[in-house]
Design a protein. Structure first.
Length: 429
């Protein structure tokens, strides 16, 4: 684990310990719930052992060393799992990059071809205009009549008009040549664009295949990662309980955790409710407003919020730097991440720089992506999810400088600006 990610883990320790509290006290008998040994786990101390050690200073020190050793082992396991997932997803990430490069080339050629076609059309129109003007002015036929008149004035006028005619014809020739050249260039560019479009489709299909292969491999890795993360949370909670001098018993420590987690959840709910009220007041006709609590309000349509309004702020817009193909929603670690619409999980697990991530196939070529989750996603490969279903929780894993959700919307692999994409579907980010 990098120093940066260790920093964010310590910073949001309350959330992690709160989750550990839920995991540990999910059963009425705490000790029994810890006797189960996951397939990818270490032998964890039970809470009775922790309580016994807490009653004796020497025993406490020894138990602390034991738990610290187990915690290091679990963290090493997590790093190994991340490395395995990184290897599994690498081909998929590279295939996606090749598709995006091919997509950029095809778009550039299509744009150039369109511009040349327009240039050719305008040149042809200009040439036709000159010919039309020559015809309306009488052209050469009228000039011949003037030539037959031996009047000196008429002869001078004829020479002047013939000079103008020659220049007009020369200009018309230049324009016609430019139109022909632009047309030929447009045809050549269209041929190149068609070839590039074929390459784009080929790389798109390869990217889909590689994503599926990686997703299947990473799914098994994800379940192991969840087990290791649960072990880490339990060990972190046990270590904190041993070191806590403000409570004499484990039960007292756990009760304090429960109260702190409740306070945290109330603060999140209050912030979301206040933001919803502000949205309602400032934009009463906005379909995305209304609702309170930590869950996103129901928009009444097929699409909803990936994070509850009031729990986030936009920290980096679409293309806020080169290659940034999504929108960053900064939020506290542990903020729930929701499916923006229904879909099938096409990838769930560690995804390169995206850290812990979920990719959803939403049908019709649409895909939504959710990056940098604090832990392994709570949904798995191939699972069908509905709008508003929790996919994971905000974190800072992967290439990240702070807790946030990196949210992407793509259509047949082509990135769209999520701000406008979601706005068109009744959701104002």
């Amino acid at each position: 684990m990098t120093a940066k990610r260790r920093f964010f883990f310590r910073k949001d320790r309350l959330f992690v310990l709160g989750v550990a509290f839920v995991l540990v006290l999910g059963s009425s008998v705490v000790g029994d719930s810890l006797q189960q040994k996951p397939a990818y786990a270490v032998d964890l101390p039970n809470w009775d052992d922790v309580q016994a050690a807490k009653e004796n200073e020497a025993a406490t020190a020894e138990k602390v060393r034991q738990v610290e050793g187990l915690l290091k082992k679990v963290k090493d396991q997590q790093q190994a799992l991340e490395a395995e997932a990184e290897t599994a997803s690498q081909r998929s990430v590279q295939a996606q990059q090749k598709f995006e490069e091919a997509d950029s080339r095809a778009k550039a050629l299509e744009s150039q071809a369109s511009a040349k076609k327009e240039e050719a059309a305008k040149a042809a129109e200009a040439a036709a205009s000159i010919v039309s003007q020559m015809y309306r002015s009488g052209g050469v036929d009228s000039n011949v009549k003037l030539f037959l008149n031996d009047d000196e004035k008429s002869s001078v006028e004829l020479l002047n008009r013939l000079s103008v005619l020659a220049k007009a014809t020369e200009r018309n020739t230049e324009i016609s040549q430019a139109a022909t050249q632009a047309h030929n260039t447009a045809v050549a560019l269209e041929a190149q664009a068609a070839k590039a479009a074929g390459e784009r489709e080929k790389f798109f299909n390869i990217a889909k295949q590689e994503l599926d292969v990686a997703a299947r491999a990473v799914e098994n890795n994800r379940t192991k990662q969840i087990e290791a993360e649960q072990n880490q949370k339990v060990l972190e909670a046990q270590l904190a309980a041993l070191r806590d001098t403000t409570t004499a018993t484990v039960a007292g420590y756990q009760e304090r955790l429960r109260q702190e987690e409740e306070d945290r959840q109330r603060a999140i709910a209050a912030a979301a409710a206040a933001a919803a009220a502000r949205r309602q007041e400032n934009a009463p006709s906005n379909g995305g407003g209304g609702g309170g609590g930590s869950a996103p309000p129901d928009t009444g349509g097929d699409w909803g919020y990936p994070l509850a309004p009031g729990t986030y702020s936009i920290s980096c817009a679409y293309l806020c730097y080169q290659g940034h193909r999504g929108i960053d929603l900064a939020a506290d670690v542990g903020t729930p991440i929701y499916a923006a619409t229904s879909g099938t999980v096409s990838y769930a697990g560690w995804y390169g720089g995206g850290g812990n991530a979920v990719l959803l196939d939403n049908g019709g070529g649409v895909q939504t992506r959710y990056f940098h989750m604090v832990s392994a996603p709570v949904v798995g490969y191939g699972q069908r999810v509905g709008k508003g279903q929790i996919l994971g929780y905000v974190g800072s894993t992967g290439f990240s400088t702070g807790p946030h959700l990196h949210f992407e919307t793509r259509v047949y692999g082509d990135p769209n600006n999520p701000y406008y994409f979601m706005r068109d579907r009744g959701v104002g980010l």
